[in-house]
Design a protein around this ligand. Structure first.
Ligand code: FES
Length: 86
């Protein structure tokens, strides 16, 4: 996986918006209505806590592996996202 470093706008930016603003494509099957749980992306860095709603769509293994959902997670500063090489 390749690591891409990003900076949240104004210290609090929805990960989905940060990805779009950075020109990074990602899966968003339900269109961002917090339903499908498929906007998964491996991240690291300064993020908010996982909410109960987001946690319900992730497994304990996902959370341990740093997976967040782009529709839910808020970047709060400098973060990294990990994308497949291709
Ligand atoms: S795209 Fe469906 S929950 Fe994010």
């Amino acid at each position: 996986m390749k690591e891409i470093k990003l900076q949240a706008k104004n210290g609090d930016e929805l990960l989905a918006y940060l990805l779009v603003r950075s020109g990074i494509e990602f899966e968003r099957p339900c269109g961002g209505i917090f339903h499908c749980g498929k906007c998964r992306i491996k991240v690291r860095g300064d993020f908010d806590e996982i909410s109960a709603e987001e946690g319900a769509l992730l497994s304990a293994e996902d959370i341990a592996a740093g997976i967040r959902l782009a529709c839910f997670a808020h970047a709060c500063g400098e973060v990294s996202v990990y994308l497949p090489e291709d």
